[in-house]
Structure formats: structure tokens, C-alpha cells
Ligand binder design. Structure first.
Ligand code: HEC
Length: 119
């Protein structure tokens, strides 16, 4: 009986770790390769947009989630101080990437960006 309880606990913990909320860095990486790499490097060098190194330290998860989910809307609103800052002198506006309108995909992307930052 006790062993059964331990096994059940392990199953619950394992399922919890794989939940959509935690984000899957490998899935995030696959989307990055297809949809973001054309404009962003993973180190700190500028390509079309800023390098992704350190982005999860300079920006909060909530901000990244909001930015990726509605990039165009945030740029159009022009009220978020971080958006105002990163738009200064920008030649290209980041588009809303279709995959990022899905919350689970955003969680995967944020998990990947954190991994890239060694977190
Ligand atoms: C067409 C080019 C382009 C594509 C594609 C693109 N971005 Fe961007 N991104 C930019 C630009 C340019 C900026 C700077 C803000 C602006 O000018 O819109 C930016 C800003 C960002 C920022 C904020 C950086 C900071 O220092 O605060 C993040 C995070 C980001 N992009 C992530 C992504 C991710 C993840 C994807 C793929 C899902 C993606 N971008 C796709 C061009 C792009």
C-alpha cells in the first residue's frame, strides 16, 4: 500500500512538471527556429530586432507574455514604457507572430528564452 502511494505521488509530480503552464523549452525552440530566428539572434547581438540573451532578466514573464501575445496591439497603443523604449529608432516593427497568440506556445517560448539565459 505504501509503495503504491509513493508511485502515485511520483506520477502526479511528473505530470505536473510537464504541464503547459511550466512551458516546454524544446517546443519553444522549434517555434523560434521557424518564426523568430530571421529577426533575432540568441546571443546579445542585434539582427533585425534585439538579441535574446538576457531578455528574461530585463523583462518580466508577464511582460513577455503580453508582448508576444499582442505585439501589434501593444505597438499601436504606444502606452507601455518598455515598448516606447524599444521602439525608439526602430526601423522595423515586430509583427504579431500567429503561433504566439496561443498561451501554451507563449509559455513554451518563455521557457526556451529562460533556458537560453541559463535559468
Ligand atoms: C520581422 C522581424 C521580427 C520577427 C519575425 C520577430 N521579431 Fe521580435 N522584435 C523585432 C523587433 C524589430 C523588435 C524591437 C521592437 C520593435 O521595433 O518592434 C523585437 C522585439 C522583441 C522582444 C523584446 C526584446 C527586448 O529587448 O525587450 C522580444 C522578447 C521578441 N522580439 C521576441 C520575439 C519572438 C519570440 C519571436 C518569434 C515568435 C519574434 N520576436 C519575432 C523583430 C522581429
Amino acid at each position: 500500500m505504501r509503495i503504491k502511494a509513493v508511485v502515485m505521488t511520483m506520477v502526479v509530480v511528473a505530470l505536473g512538471a510537464g504541464s503547459a503552464y511550466a512551458g516546454d523549452a524544446a517546443k519553444g525552440q522549434a517555434i523560434f527556429e521557424k518564426k523568430c530566428k530571421t529577426c533575432h539572434n540568441l546571443d546579445d547581438s542585434v539582427k533585425v530586432g534585439p538579441g535574446m540573451k538576457g531578455v528574461t532578466t530585463r523583462r518580466a514573464d508577464e511582460w513577455l507574455d503580453k508582448w508576444l501575445g499582442d505585439t501589434k496591439g501593444m505597438i499601436a497603443a504606444g502606452t507601455d514604457p518598455t515598448v516606447v523604449e524599444i521602439m525608439k529608432g526602430a526601423k522595423v516593427k515586430m509583427p504579431t507572430v500567429k503561433e504566439m497568440t496561443d498561451a501554451a506556445n507563449r509559455a513554451d517560448m518563455i521557457a526556451f528564452l529562460k533556458k537560453n539565459d541559463g535559468k
